[in-house]
Design a protein around this ligand. Structure first.
Ligand code: NAI
Length: 297
C-alpha cells in the first residue's frame, strides 16, 4: 500500500523489561536510529542491561568496523545516545509511538502493566507484546486499544536473529499491523505475518519437535549425541534438539508444552515428557544452570 495511507513511522519506542529479550530489542532499535526508553523495575537491573548492551555493541563494532575503529566508536556512541532508561513506565510513555513489552511471562502481570499504560499513553501509541506463549488477544483485552495492539515476537539473541513474527489478532487494525511490519523492517529484521495461535509459527513447530526428540531418546531409540549429530548433519540444523533445549532452557520448554497440553490434552505432540519433567525438578535447566541434557564446564 502507498506510504501516504500508512501510519507515521514508529520512531520513538518504549521497551518494558530490561532482561534478555528487552535489552536485545532496545539495542537493535537504538542502533537503527530509533529513540528508545528502556524500562525495568529497579535501577540496578537497568545498569546491568545498559552494560550488557554496550558490551554487545562493542563486539558488533569490532566485527563490523574491523578496519575503522573510529567508525566503530562512533556507532557505539550514537547508539547509546539514542537509549535512556527509566523505572517508571507511566511517566515515559507520553510521547512514545510504540510500547513493546518484554516482561515476565505472566498474564496477570502483563494485564496490570498494559491496563496502567493504556491510561497514560497517547491515542496513537501502538502496544505490542513479545510473549512466546500467551494469547495476544487476551493480553490486549486489558486495554481499550485492541485495534492498536499486536504481537512482535523476537528471537534470542535479538541482535543476531533476523526473524520477527508479527502477530495480528482479530482486533488488530490493518494500519497497526502495517506499522508493526514496517517497524520490524526498519530494525533490519525479516518479519513474517502470523495469526494469534499458540506458538505462532516457529515455536509451534519447534517445541513439539524438541519434545519428540526427548521421546525418541526415552524409548531408547537413540543417544542424545547421535540424535543431535543426525539433525545437524542430516537436516542441516545448526544445533541438535538437545543442544537447543539446553540453550532455550528446559523450564521454558516445559512451561510451553504444559500450557498447550492443558489446552489440548488429546494432542499426543503436547503430552508431557517424564525425562523433561525430572530434569526441571532437579533444577537442571540447561546452559544457564550449568547442566541440562548436557553438562557445561
Ligand atoms: P527476563 O527474565 O530475562 O527479563 C524480564 C525482565 O522484566 C526482568 O528484568 C524483570 O525485572 C522485568 N520485569 C518484570 N516485571 C516487570 C514490570 N511489571 N515492569 C517492568 N519490568 C518488569 O525474561 P526474557 O527472557 O527477556 O523474556 C521476556 C518476555 O519475552 C517473555 O514474555 C517471554 O515469553 C518472551 N520471549 C522470550 C524469549 C527467550 O528466548 N527468552 C524469546 C522470545 C520471547
Amino acid at each position: 500500500s502507498s506510504s501516504a495511507t500508512r501510519n507515521a513511522a514508529i520512531k520513538h519506542i518504549t521497551v518494558i523489561g530490561g532482561g534478555l529479550m528487552g535489552s536485545g530489542i532496545a539495542q537493535v532499535a537504538a542502533s537503527t536510529g530509533h529513540t528508545v526508553v528502556l524500562v525495568d523495575q529497579a535501577e540496578d537491573i537497568l545498569k546491568k542491561s545498559a552494560k550488557g548492551i554496550e558490551d554487545s555493541l562493542k563486539r558488533i563494532a569490532k566485527k563490523k568496523f574491523a578496519d575503522k575503529p573510529e567508525a566503530g566508536a562512533a556507532f557505539i556512541q550514537k547508539t547509546m545516545k539514542n537509549l535512556t532508561t527509566s523505572t517508571d513506565a507511566a511517566s515515559v510513555v507520553h510521547s512514545t509511538d510504540l510500547v513493546l513489552e518484554a516482561i515476565v511471562e505472566n498474564m496477570q502481570v502483563k494485564h496490570e502493566l498494559f491496563k496502567t499504560l493504556d491510561k497514560f499513553a497517547p491515542e496513537h501509541t501502538v502496544f505490542a507484546s513479545n510473549t512466546s506463549s500467551l494469547s495476544i488477544t487476551e493480553i490486549a483485552n486489558s486495554t481499550t486499544r485492541q485495534d492498536r495492539f499486536g504481537g512482535l515476537h523476537f528471537f534470542n539473541p535479538v541482535p543476531l536473529m533476523k526473524l520477527v513474527e508479527v502477530i495480528q489478532t482479530p482486533m488488530t487494525s490493518q494500519k497497526t499491523f502495517d506499522a508493526l511490519l514496517d517497524f520490524s523492517k526498519a530494525l533490519g529484521k525479516y518479519p513474517v505475518s502470523c495469526k494469534d495461535t499458540p506458538g505462532f509459527i516457529v515455536n509451534r513447530l519447534l517445541v513439539p519437535y524438541m519434545v519428540e526428540a526427548i521421546r525418541l531418546h526415552e524409548r531408547g531409540h537413540g543417544s542424545k549425541e547421535d540424535i543431535d549429530l543426525a539433525m545437524k548433519l542430516g537436516a542441516g540444523y545448526p544445533m541438535g534438539p538437545f543442544e537447543l533445549l539446553d540453550y532455550v532452557g528446559l523450564d521454558t520448554s516445559k512451561f510451553i508444552i504444559d500450557g498447550w497440553h492443558k489446552m489440548d490434552p488429546d494432542n499426543p505432540l503436547f503430552a508431557p515428557s517424564p525425562m523433561l519433567n525430572k530434569l526441571v525438578e532437579e533444577g537442571k535447566l540447561g546452559k544457564k544452570t550449568g547442566e541440562g541434557f548436557y553438562k557445561y564446564k
